[in-house]
Design a protein around this ligand. Structure first.
Ligand code: CA
Length: 133
């Protein structure tokens, strides 16, 4: 398994002209945030929030976006300042065609190692559909 990344900024690639569903959740008393920007530095998703009490699970934001038409355009995912993250990418492909592409980021407050190292303080899931409608 890869080591956690002590950085709050990641770059991902999303297929062009696709519908993307993003959800962000927290289990943290501290303020968590995520911002996704496209290759033109436009903010396409933003969420922030904190657990109402005791690190309780709560969804702080969800929404959809449409990827730009440029192939292989990078998207920047900016997570809570000072966090460390681990991430995964998974795809469902048939005959060389992408049907679903998913990224997951799990974040730990204060870096790694830090605190309880639970990597659930902020969780961001990005799902890119190969087809729409
Ligand atoms: Ca936590």
């Amino acid at each position: 398994m890869p080591q956690p990344v002590n950085n709050n900024v990641a770059t991902i690639n999303l297929a062009p002209n696709c519908l993307v569903f993003v959800t962000a959740s927290v289990q943290s008393d501290g303020l968590e945030s995520v911002t996704i920007t496209d290759a033109n530095n436009n903010t396409v998703f933003q969420a922030s929030g904190t657990s109402p009490q005791g690190g309780q699970f709560i969804v702080i934001g969800q929404g959809t976006l449409q990827t730009i038409s440029t192939p292989n355009a990078p998207y920047t995912v900016t997570l809570t300042q000072g966090c460390a993250y681990m991430s995964s990418e998974s795809t469902i492909v048939l005959g060389g065609v992408y049907y679903l592409q998913q990224y997951t980021f799990i974040c730990n407050d204060g870096g790694w190692p830090s605190g309880d190292n639970d990597f659930n303080d902020l969780v961001v899931q990005i799902t890119c559909f190969g087809f729409q409608g």
